[in-house]
Structures are given as structure tokens and as C-alpha cells.
Design a protein around this ligand. Sequence first.
Ligand SMILES: O=C(O)CCC(=O)C(=O)O
Ligand SMILES: [Fe+2]
Length: 326
Amino acid sequence: MNSLPIIDISPLYAADPAGWPAVAKQIDQACRDWGFFYIEGHPISAARIAELKAAAIDFFARPAEEKLRIDITQTEHHRGYGAIATEQLDPSKPSDLKETFDMGLHLPTEHPDVLAGKPLRGPNRHPHIAGWQALMEQHYLDMHELSKTLLRAMTLALGIERDFFDQRFDQPISVLRMIHYPPRQTASCAEQQGAGAHTDYGCVTLLYQDNAGGLQVQNLQGEWIDAPPIDGTFVVNIGDMMARWSNDNYKSTPHRVISPLGVDRYSMPFFAEPHPDTEISCLPGCQDAAHPAKYAPISCSDYMLSRFAETYAYRREEGQAAASGA
Ligand SMILES: O=C(O)CCC(=O)C(=O)O
Ligand SMILES: [Fe+2]
């Protein structure tokens, strides 16, 4: 087992449900074996992806002072631009050689969640680039729908109500991120990584990667294997919150990015996370007398904040407060 499964999800879009269970079974198996797989046959067009990549190249090439007008470290709601070395995904390595743009569900300042000061709730911060905001907002919605299609397939395999995740992913804290990895400067990857080894915090990640290469996934033997770019696909992986929700039936697998030498790399993960008040407690069907629930229930937002604190120095106090239930 040294290459990730590729699953054609197009039958999930057929009105006739006869083809759904076979796809659900493949997804379920891939989540148990690997926590990682590719999907093809999804509805996101090549033209959309090309437009997004062009937008990413334009934005990240702009002067630092322009990008830093929406500095993520200066916002309460974790939106906007993260300069190189803002994140350190692997604490045993130097900070990540990448820059990022993050957006979420836009909630205006008068929304009750924002007025109540709920973490991760608030307005987006977009660069002033013609067409940018409309493109990103449309893509956010389309990725949200795609993630719900995958989650619905999981409910079939897990034997839970079909709308279990639909309800919980209403008004989500999902994040759409653009990433630019400048070319690696050193021959050895030990001291300079695009993204240090990590597991994702959330439920399901859907990743577009361009054709530069560099994503690696750890297999069961602990070896790093390449997850090469495959045109027209997204790489899907399970995050820690879903591993916890599924009582570790679904795996959250370490991965990293070793940026190529001499080539800029662009990627775009969509991190699907539920509504912040969602209780993450062992899913029905994932526990029995021989396999009791391993994890205490926790709210989605408390879990996310405690994990952010490990990656971003500037969010540490808030994360410690969440972890201690303050
Ligand atoms: O850029 C990539 O290919 C992967 C990024 C990633 O793993 C992350 O942002 O969590
Ligand atoms: Fe990741």
C-alpha cells in the first residue's frame, strides 16, 4: 500500500441513489486505511482553478506592505494574510517557508456571534484586487457544498442519519486558504520545509495543489511517500477533529510539504469545520462495548482554539484559555 486511492465521486451527483453506497464504501475504506485519498469527478471546473491560481500568483507577488494591510496576526478572527514564518507546523523545525491568505464565512460586525465576541467569527479581510472577493466567496461556497457531499457519503458508510453533518456544518468555521511556497533554498530539506510535518486540526481537508509537487504523506510504516499532483483532482484528508469524532476509526495522518528547488508552488486547502458550538463526541456506530469512546466531548471552537495555539505564537493565550475551559 504505497499509493493513495483515487476515488471517482461522480456517482454521488447522480439523482439515482443506486451508485452512492459503492462510492461511500470506497471513501470509508480510504479514511480507515490512510485518512488520505484523491477525488475526481467533482464539480469544480478547471477554469475556476485556473482563475484562482492566477489570483494567487497576482496577490502573493504584491509588495509586503500591501499584503500586510490585511495581516492575519492583527485580526481577531483569523482572516487575511500570513507572512512567511508566521506558522510553525512542526515545532522541531524552523518556521514554515510559506505565505498564506485565509478566509472564512463572512459575518458582519453586527451579527450576534460577532457581537458576543465568539472566537473565529467575524468579517473577512480581502485584498483590494478587482474580482477577488466575488471569486473567493463563490469558491468558498462551492467547496462547502463539495465537503458536504463527501460528509453525506460518510454518513452512509457510518450508518448515521444522512443529514447528521448537514445540520452541524450550517454556518461553519470552515476556512479557505491560499498558500504560496517560494522555492526551497537549501539542497537538504531538513532545515527548510514549506509546511512542517503535521496533522490537520479539523474534520476534512480538500486540497488543490498545482503541478509543482512536494506534498508527502506518512504511510503506516512511518515512511514519507509522495502525494503527487494529479490533474483535475483534490487531495482529501481527515483531520484530528474527525478522528476524534469517529473514535479514531478514521485516521488523521501526518503530512508535510517539501517545496521543490527552483519552482514556486501554490496550493489551496479548504478546511471543512462545523459550526463552532458543535459538540464533538463519539459518533453513533463508532463505539461498542469492546471499543468505548476514547475522548471526552469538546466543542468545535474550544478544540480549534487549543490547536491554533500550538501553531501560532500570537494565539497562545486565547488557546490556553480555551483548553482550560475558561
Ligand atoms: O500545501 C499543501 O499541499 C498542504 C498544506 C497543508 O497540509 C495544510 O495547510 O494543512
Ligand atoms: Fe495539512
